[in-house]
Design a protein around this ligand. Structure first.
Ligand SMILES: [Zn+2]
Length: 223
């Protein structure tokens, strides 16, 4: 792909080049290189923003932004991924419309929670605002619920273990006679979603309240 006609990210420049080090697509903190990986046992929580629509995607990676960008860049063409919200947007609007930046570098042990915190704060699972998908909100609600009800997590895990012991392979339907298991799983999931969303109303972040007092940088500030 070659689109040197105009740069939506750096007005007045003809800088888009779809090759490493992807300096057009990656916004760096001072002193960083696009190919610098996170510290040992850490990850980057990052955001990819559509510069005209303002819609964004939140993810985390053990890799440098350059390597992760290369991964997204390749994945968007794969048959089973090309309808993911982010990849659909990349394919329709072009890679030159997107900019990637680090929101935070955090310990690997808390990467998924931190990623979900940002999705929640930025509302990137809202299809009108972001590319993360509503299943992420359900995931957040469930995990938030587990945090305050460890017994529910035990119940949830044991129901999945029961299912796995009677089903050959992930995603396969349960055989007849196991409707009770299906029903129990569904009822528990409904409780988790309802309780989790209720907790979301009252609890700033399921990891740390700091995230709300220290918002991530805006894409266009001091570009
Ligand atoms: Zn540019």
């Amino acid at each position: 792909m070659c689109d040197f006609g105009r740069c939506p990210i750096h007005p007045g420049f003809l800088c888009f080049r779809d090759s490493r080090p992807f300096e057009h697509n990656i916004r760096l903190l001072s002193g960083e290189k696009t190919y610098t990986p996170p510290k040992r046992d850490h990850v980057f929580v990052y955001r990819i923003t559509h510069v005209e629509k303002g819609m964004f995607y939140v993810g985390y990676t053990e890799m440098s932004l350059s390597d992760r960008w290369a991964g997204h860049r390749a994945a968007r063409k794969r048959e089973e991924r090309k309808n993911d919200p982010l990849y659909r947007a990349m394919n329709e609007d072009g890679l030159n419309m997107f900019v990637m930046e680090v929101l935070e570098e955090c310990g690997a042990a808390i990467k998924r929670r931190r990623e979900l915190d940002y999705m929640r704060q930025l509302d990137s699972w809202n299809p009108k605002k972001g590319y993360n998908g509503l299943h992420e909100e359900a995931d957040y609600a469930r995990k938030l619920c587990f945090l305050f009800n460890p017994a529910l997590e035990v119940k949830y895990t044991s129901l999945w273990q029961k299912r796995n012991s009677v089903v050959a392979g992930f995603g396969k339907p349960l055989p007849t006679g196991y409707e009770w298991l299906e029903k129990e799983q569904q009822e528990l999931e409904e409780t988790l979603q309802r309780e989790g969303r209720r907790l979301m109303e009252t609890i700033p972040s399921f990891l740390s309240p700091e995230i709300l007092t220290c918002p991530p940088p805006l894409v266009f500030r001091n570009w």
